[in-house]
Design a protein around this ligand. Structure first.
Ligand code: NAD
Length: 464
C-alpha cells in the first residue's frame, strides 16, 4: 500500500538572494519527524522544569557567552547575509547583540515569573508561574536570530521545552542557532524541524501546548484557527502597515530622514517599516522632494559590500512589491523614483518613492514589506488620524509634530500598539512589542509578555 512507502524526501532550496544561486538543499521534516521532535521535547520537559529557574538561567547564560566568540558571530553574520541578503554590517550587529539580549531576556523574565505570596487575615495565597509544556517557536526570516531569540528564550526560562521551526528562507541560520543552544542545554530541551509552511502546520497540529509565532497575518489566522479545537495557547506577532503622520509644523528635515530610512531599512522588510506616510498638504511637496533626495543617497548592492540596502529576500517577495507598485501606477499614482527591478542577478529592487496614492490602492492597504516610501497628502492631521486608523493592521506608528505635547495627543488616538512621537518605536524600560487589531494576538517583551509562556498556579492555605 502506498501509505507504507517512505515519503519522498522533499527539500527546501536555500537561495542566495544577491545572486539567485543555490546555497544548499535542506531536507524537509516529514510528519513523523515533526512528531518525533515534539515527543523528544515532551520527554525532556519535566527534567528541564525541575531544574528550577536559577539553574535554567545559568545554562542559558552559558549559551549567551557563546556569542562572545567573534568567529561564531561572524559565522552567523555571513549566513544571515547569504540567506536573506541583509548587508553584512547590519547582520554583524544582529548576531553580535544576541548574547547580551539573551542575558537581558533571562533577567527580565526571571523577575516577571518570580512567585508572590499574598495574605488576607489568616489566608495565604502563593501565586507561581508554571511551565506550559512544549512550545513551538515558528519564526520569520527578516531578523533570523532576533525574532527567534525573543520566542525561544522566554519559553525556556519559564521551564518549557521548545521545538524550533525557522523560516525556510534562513534554514542554515536556524540550524546554527539551534546547535548553539543545544550545545549547552540538556538533550532535546530544544529540537529542530526544517521545512515549508506545511511543516509549520504539522507542528501546530501536533502534541504541543503553545505556539509562539512571528510572521504574516495570514499564517497567524491559520494558526489561531488550528489551535482552537484544543485551546492551545498562542502568541502571534504579525505583520504591519505602519502609518507615519507628518504635521505641517514638524521638523520636515528630521521627518524626511526618518521616512527615507525607515521605509528602506532591511530593504523595507521590517514588520514596523514605515508603510503609509500621511503628510499635511502645506508641506507635502517640500517633504516629498526631501524624501526623494535622501532615498537617492542610499546605496544598494550585494550585502557583502558596504551598502545600506541588499536585495529582497526572495523573488516572490520582489514580485509582490512590484505588483503593488504597478497597481498604484495604473490607478494614477506618481512614481518619483525606482518602481522597477534592478538589472542583473539576484532579487534587487530599486528604492522607490510614490505619491498621489489613495486608499483604493494595494500600496495603501496591504502589507508591502519592500523598499517603498508611499506618501499620501492629507488636508489635516485629523484626516491623517482617521485614515491611519482605517486599517486592519495596528502594529507601530509615528507622529511628527512641532511639539511633543500635540504629538502625544495625536499618538494617543492611534489604533496601534506602539507609537513614537518625533522618533521611532521602542522606548524606555522593557515595553511590550505589541500589535493590535490583526497585527497580533498576545505579544512578546515586557513582564506581561514573558508570563504568556506560563500558566498561573495559585495555592492557598489558612494559617493556624
Ligand atoms: P510567514 O508567515 O510566511 O512565515 C513565518 C513562519 O511561519 C515560517 O517559518 C513559515 O514556514 C511558517 N508558516 C507559514 N504559514 C504557516 C502556517 N499556516 N502554520 C504554521 N506555520 C506557518 O512570514 P515570513 O514571510 O517568514 O515573514 C514576514 C512576515 O512576518 C511579515 O508579515 C512581517 O510583518 C512579519 N513579522 C512580524 C514581526 C512582529 O514582531 N510583529 C516581526 C518580524 C516579522
Amino acid at each position: 500500500m502506498s501509505s507504507t512507502l517512505p515519503p519522498a524526501t522533499r527539500t527546501v532550496r536555500d537561495l542566495d538572494p544577491a545572486t539567485g544561486r543555490t546555497i544548499q538543499e535542506i531536507p524537509c521534516a516529514t510528519v513523523d519527524d515533526v512528531k518525533d521532535a515534539v515527543a523528544r521535547a515532551r520527554a525532556s520537559q519535566p527534567a528541564w522544569s525541575a531544574l528550577g529557574i536559577v539553574a535554567r538561567i545559568e545554562i542559558l547564560e552559558r549559551v549567551a557567552a557563546k556569542f562572545d566568540d567573534d568567529a561564531l558571530v561572524e559565522r552567523f553574520a555571513e549566513l544571515i547575509t547569504a540567506e536573506m541578503g541583509k548587508p553584512i554590517a547590519q547582520a554583524r550587529r544582529e548576531a553580535g547583540a544576541t548574547g547580551a539580549s539573551i542575558k537581558r531576556l533571562c533577567a527580565a523574565a526571571a523577575e516577571a515569573l518570580a512567585p508572590t505570596e499574598t495574605r488576607s487575615e489568616q489566608t495565604v495565597t502563593r501565586l507561581s508561574r508554571e511551565a506550559l509544556g512544549v512550545v513551538a517557536a515558528i519564526t520569520p526570516w527578516n531578523f533570523p536570530l532576533g525574532m527567534a531569540r525573543e520566542v525561544i528564550v522566554p519559553a525556556l526560562v519559564a521551564g518549557n521545552t521548545v521545538v524550533f521551526k525557522p523560516s525556510e528562507v534562513v534554514p542554515l541560520c536556524g540550524e546554527l542557532l539551534h546547535a548553539t543552544f543545544a550545545s549547552e542545554l540538556p538533550d532535546d530541551t530544544i529540537t529542530l524541524v526544517q521545512g515549508l509552511d506545511d511543516v509549520g502546520k504539522a507542528l501546530v497540529a501536533s502534541d504541543i501546548d503553545m505556539v509562539g509565532f512571528v510572521g504574516s497575518v495570514s499564517a497567524g489566522r491559520h494558526i489561531m484557527a488550528a489551535c482552537a479545537p484544543s485551546l492551545k495557547r498562542i502568541v502571534l506577532e504579525l505583520g504591519g502597515k505602519d502609518p507615519m503622520i507628518v504635521c505641517k509644523d514638524a521638523d520636515i528635515e528630521a521627518a524626511a530622514e526618518f521616512a527615507a530610512r525607515e521605509s528602506m531599512r532591511n530593504t523595507g522588510q521590517v514588520c514596523c517599516s514605515v508603510e503609509r506616510i500621511y503628510v499635511e498638504k502645506d508641506i507635502a511637496d517640500d517633504f516629498t522632494q526631501r524624501v526623494v533626495a535622501k532615498v537617492s543617497e542610499l546605496t544598494v548592492g550585494n550585502g557583502l559590500d558596504d551598502v545600506f540596502m541588499g536585495p529582497m529576500a526572495s523573488d516572490g517577495q520582489r514580485q509582490h512589491v512590484l505588483g503593488q507598485i504597478e497597481n498604484a501606477r495604473q490607478a494614477g499614482a506618481t512614481v518619483h523614483m525606482g518602481g522597477h527591478a534592478l538589472d542583473g542577478d539576484g532579487y534587487f529592487l530599486a528604492p522607490t518613492v510614490v505619491s498621489g496614492v489613495d486608499e483604493s490602492m494595494k500600496l495603501m492597504n496591504e502589507e508591502t514589506f519592500g523598499p517603498v516610501a508611499t506618501i499620501r497628502f492629507v488636508d489635516s492631521a485629523e484626516q491623517a488620524v482617521a485614515l491611519a486608523n482605517a486599517s486592519e493592521f495596528g502594529l507601530g506608528a509615528s507622529v511628527w509634530a512641532g511639539d511633543n505635547e500635540r504629538g502625544v495627543a495625536l499618538a494617543s488616538r492611534l489604533e496601534s500598539g506602539m507609537v513614537g512621537v518625533n522618533r521611532g518605536l521602542g522606548g524606555a524600560g522593557d515595553p511590550p512589542w505589541a500589535g493590535v487589531k490583526q497585527s497580533g494576538f498576545g505579544f512578546l517583551g515586557s513582564p506581561d509578555g514573558y508570563r504568556q509562556f506560563t500558566r498561573p498556579l495559585t495555592v492557598s492555605w489558612d494559617e493556624a
